[in-house]
Each structure stands twice: as C-alpha cells, then as structure tokens.
Write a protein of this length. Structure first.
Length: 64
C-alpha cells in the first residue's frame, strides 16, 4: 500500500496476459494493460504510458 507503481508492475501484467493467451484458449490481442495507483507512477512507467504501451490511471483521473 502506498507504493509508487513502476515498470515491474507492468511486467507482471504482461506475464499474466501471456499466461492467459497460452494455448490459444483466449484471444488477448486487444487486451489493454491498465495500472491504477493512488501513490503515483515512476518516470519510467510514465514514459511507457506516453507511448501507449499502458494506460495509467491516478487519483486525479478518478476523483478530479
């Protein structure tokens, strides 16, 4: 709790998406990775968000 989200969190989501797609049972080609954080995001993750690799949702997005 209270941890700033970083690239490691995104890596975990990527691994989970890969596991879900395994054996072609589920189509994850349109899956959108989204990180929600009340404590913010690291600079690295913000850069990845700018490249549309992940959608970042912060407190301001939810309550702003």
């Amino acid at each position: 709790m209270g941890e700033t989200m970083g690239a490691g969190h995104l890596d975990r989501l990527r691994r989970i998406r890969g596991l879900v797609a395994r054996n072609d049972k589920y189509d994850t080609s349109r899956t959108r990775l989204v990180c929600y954080s009340g404590s913010g995001f690291t600079e690295e993750l913000l850069r990845l968000g700018e490249r549309d690799e992940v959608e970042l949702v912060g407190v301001g997005d939810l309550y702003g």
